[in-house]
Design a protein around this ligand. Structure first.
Ligand SMILES: [Zn+2]
Length: 255
């Protein structure tokens, strides 16, 4: 089963026109079929949209070889609010049954809804995913899924996958025309930076009716603020801090 996929990944080379045609076709098909997406800059979407998009790519680009290589092993789809850096993720695990000793494998593809929703708001810069410019959320999601389908296919064909390696990049160029294995979707850190909030910034916020001041320690979906407090935990600088997770829009200027 995986031999067919391996062959295809090694030899398939789609023309730029064909790649563009596939991209457009899937953009239209997903948008018209989805009961959740109202526009290409959708405000809601569902894991079923991700699943459907994956299936469209498998059919159009890989003739269904990726699905066949799964050979009945489960593949699930997930939209992640917590992925604050990676646009997508493909994971696999082997689970050994203690009683019978048999091993079963499971696969999952996740897409960061956090990053997609934070991008295509009103940023003035252009947005690229896999080195290609995207003008709406659906396009960005497609580029992420293209990247993840290469990860899954490599894993199924060779039991290993790395987007920093030459094999991955060759496949991503030949099937999708990818120029890079990265994205520049808008992170919370970027939005924070525009508001003058970065690691080490002094900020204030209200929590349960009290006003606190502290230092920004980390920025993920929310901003981690450390507030000096004798009841807090000791940190590497020798001081004690209490830790708060505050949404960016609830931060205030310090006094
Ligand atoms: Zn990757």
């Amino acid at each position: 089963m995986s031999e067919e996929l391996r062959q295809l990944l090694q030899t398939s080379h789609l023309s730029a026109e064909r790649q563009q045609h596939n991209f457009q076709t899937i953009h239209t098909t997903v948008l018209t079929s989805s009961p959740y997406m109202k526009s290409a800059n959708f405000r809601t979407f569902h894991a079923d949209d991700l699943k459907f998009m994956f299936q469209q790519y498998d059919q159009l680009v890989l003739n269904g070889a990726c699905g066949r290589a799964l050979n009945g092993r489960p593949l699930t789809f997930h939209l992640s609010k917590r992925m604050t850096r990676a646009g997508g993720k493909t994971s696999w695990k082997s689970i050994r049954d203690r009683r019978t000793g048999s091993v079963r494998e499971e696969f999952e593809i996740s897409v960061s809804s956090h990053l997609l929703f934070q991008t295509f708001r009103n940023e003035t810069r252009s947005v690229t995913v896999t080195g290609l410019e995207c003008t709406d959320r659906l396009q960005a999601m497609q580029r992420i899924v293209e990247h993840e389908i290469v990860h899954l296919s490599e894993q199924l064909a060779w039991r290993s996958s790395s987007c920093r390696a030459a094999r991955f990049q060759s496949i991503a160029v030949r099937l999708f025309g990818h120029q890079a294995h990265t994205h520049d979707l808008v992170t919370t850190a970027e939005v924070a930076h525009q508001h003058g909030v970065r690691r080490g910034s002094r900020v204030a916020f209200e929590f349960e009716g009290r006003r606190y001041q502290g230092i920004v320690n980390r920025i993920t979906t929310r901003v981690t603020v450390l507030v000096a407090s004798p009841q807090g935990e000791r940190y590497s600088d020798g001081n004690r801090y209490m830790k708060f997770y505050i949404p960016l829009n609830m931060l205030q200027n310090p006094d």
